[in-house]
Write a protein that binds this ligand. Structure first.
Ligand SMILES: [Zn+2]
Ligand SMILES: [Zn+2]
Length: 266
């Protein structure tokens, strides 16, 4: 089973590759299950990109291609919801209004501030920048439940001009343990997002330490996602990701259909 559960097309504000091109790229790579997870980030700070998704149009086009390519690939209907504290009711409403196969929950912001914006780390130390990000995430996983998998847990390390961007687990053990335990207790999962390897961070999101701790705490649900915004990145570095998961003690990875988890041997 080759399954990519995190990718974008031109329905996402930061991607300009048509859905059909992504699908044909995935077929060429012999992908079995391809789950689009288009961005829907409401009330996002203005960085010149509109992350609001036209879900009706997206659903319609995806269903069209799902039928056209049904003999070659299984296409799944997913979404990447940007979670913020004041949006919980609105996001729950969206989650229940469409027949999603898979819902990714993402922290792209920390208490409304965008780590991508240089001012984020200009006004915070590296430690405080990471701390604020995880504190906001803990709040979200505690109070918001309409998702299947929480994405790229240590996404915040993508940004900031630091020589050593690594999260040292003991520095954030209370927050990270609480985040992982809450996700596990709710029957939700996390992903291994290979974009970190692509961006030269030397690790997927999250790092091996966080993946191993998740497993140690009883975590079982884990999806593989490339976060591809171009066809060539679909399933990229998945062999490396699977090896890392095995090393962390996992025997299975997860896919979702109609928001129900399925487990596959690594
Ligand atoms: Zn994301
Ligand atoms: Zn994404």
């Amino acid at each position: 089973m080759l399954a990519d559960y995190h990718l974008h097309s031109d329905y996402s504000g930061d991607c300009n590759v048509p859905m059909q091109e992504m699908i044909e790229g995935a077929i060429a790579k012999k992908v079995d299950r391809l789950c689009f997870t288009e961005h829907h980030d409401l009330d996002f700070p203005d960085i010149g990109i509109d992350f609001t998704l036209d879900i009706d149009r997206y659903y319609e086009e995806l269903m069209k291609y799902k039928a056209i390519y049904s003999n070659q690939i299984q296409i799944l209907f997913g979404i990447e919801l940007g979670i913020q504290g004041h949006l919980y009711p609105q996001l729950s409403q969206i989650a229940s209004s469409y027949p999603f196969d898979f819902i990714l929950a993402s922290n792209h912001l920390a208490k409304g501030a965008d780590p991508f914006d240089p001012s984020y780390f200009q006004t915070r130390s590296q430690y405080q920048g990471y701390f604020d990000y995880f504190e906001d995430m803990l709040n979200n996983v505690t109070h918001y439940s309409d998702f299947d998998v929480f994405s790229h847990l240590d996404y915040v390390i993508r940004y900031g001009n630091f020589k050593d961007k690594k999260i040292y687990y003991p520095d954030f053990i209370d927050l990270l343990d609480a985040i992982l335990k809450t996700i596990i207790a709710k029957g939700k999962g996390i992903e291994i997002n290979t974009s970190g390897i692509r961006y030269g961070l030397g690790q997927p999101h999250p790092s091996y330490e966080i993946l191993a701790r998740y497993k140690e705490l009883g975590g079982e649900i884990i999806t593989l996602g490339s976060d591809a915004h171009t066809a060539k990145d679909i399933t990229r570095h998945f062999d490396q990701a699977k090896e890392l998961l095995k090393k962390a003690g996992f025997s299975y990875f997860t896919t979702f259909v109609k928001r129900k988890p399925y487990f596959h041997h690594l």
